[in-house]
Write a protein that binds this ligand. Structure first.
Ligand code: AMP
Length: 253
């Protein structure tokens, strides 16, 4: 079985993001970039499926600029077999939007004949949480979102999802799309020998037009601003004072 994983290059989660002065987006030049953390979890799960003999080949796909090759290499060093870069000059945090990414992934899935697609539940730059759902709809496949446990056997994927009331398990007939949540696994660090080996693994580079996909943005970002600064808190001496403040200052009770 071929498993395909989507990996997005985003601003590293430790970076203090700065809004551009012209309010068109956030500063991405000279900023540390990394693989979207949920995608690391998706890659790890794919590698585990390979190690268990469930997946025959693990392919990682990234839609982005030339630098997204680095993100693909990281996934290859974790254990994926080969990569596909769908190259674009569009900014992936604003202009290359989830519907376009889903259409591109659909084209790659069909080209490769993949049977299981693992994506992150959301990209931490656009926080869209849309790509997996759109991809499943475009392919006409089942979807299991926010997986905290996954097992694949007998042409089925069992996906455990954390819902409000507890844990829900759904059974999907393969082929299917699964989006992964934080508690699914702990991604491994790539070892030095595996980083060296990854340099030799193949990466195909494709253009969106070669996949027959129109990636013109559908949404326009009007402006991006910083969140309002938090006001400092106050310490109260007693419960009585707290109740008084809530009643008379904050007027919430
Ligand atoms: P989103 O819908 O933008 O929150 O993204 C959800 C997931 O879709 C991500 O965690 C990735 O697995 C995948 N994805 C989104 N954008 C890209 C991209 N440019 N390249 C590869 N995968 C992507």
């Amino acid at each position: 079985m071929k498993v395909l994983v989507g990996v997005k290059r985003v601003i590293d989660y430790n970076v203090n993001v700065r809004v551009k002065s012209d309010q068109t987006g956030v500063e991405t030049s000279n900023v540390k970039m990394s693989m979207n953390p949920f995608d690391e979890i998706a890659v790890e799960e794919g590698v585990r499926l390979k190690e268990a003999g469930t997946a025959g080949e693990l392919i990682v796909v990234s839609v982005g600029g030339q630098a997204s090759q680095e993100t693909i290499r990281t996934a290859l060093a974790m254990g994926a077999d080969r990569g596909v870069l769908v190259k674009t000059d569009l900014a992936t945090d604003t202009e290359m939007q989830p519907l376009s990414v889903a259409k591109l992934l659909k084209a790659v899935v069909e080209k490769e004949g993949a049977q299981l697609v693992l994506l992150g539940k959301q990209a931490i730059d656009d926080d869209s949480n849309q790509t997996a759902q759109m991809l499943a709809a475009l392919l006409g496949w089942g979807q299991g979102t926010f997986a905290s446990k996954l097992s694949v056997a007998d042409g089925k994927a069992l996906v455990t999802r954390e819902v409000d009331g507890g844990l829900e398990t759904v059974s999907l007939k393969l082929p299917a799309v699964v989006s992964v949540d934080l508690r699914l696994n702990e991604p491994r660090y790539a070892s030095l020998p595996n980083i060296m080996k990854a340099k030799k693994k193949p990466i195909d580079v494709l253009e969106p037009s070669a996949l027959g996909v129109d990636v013109t943005p559908r949404l326009k970002t009007l402006k991006v601003v910083e969140p309002p600064k938090r006001k400092g808190g106050v310490k109260v001496a007693s419960v009585g004072e707290l109740v008084d403040k809530l009643k008379n200052e904050a007027k919430v009770i």
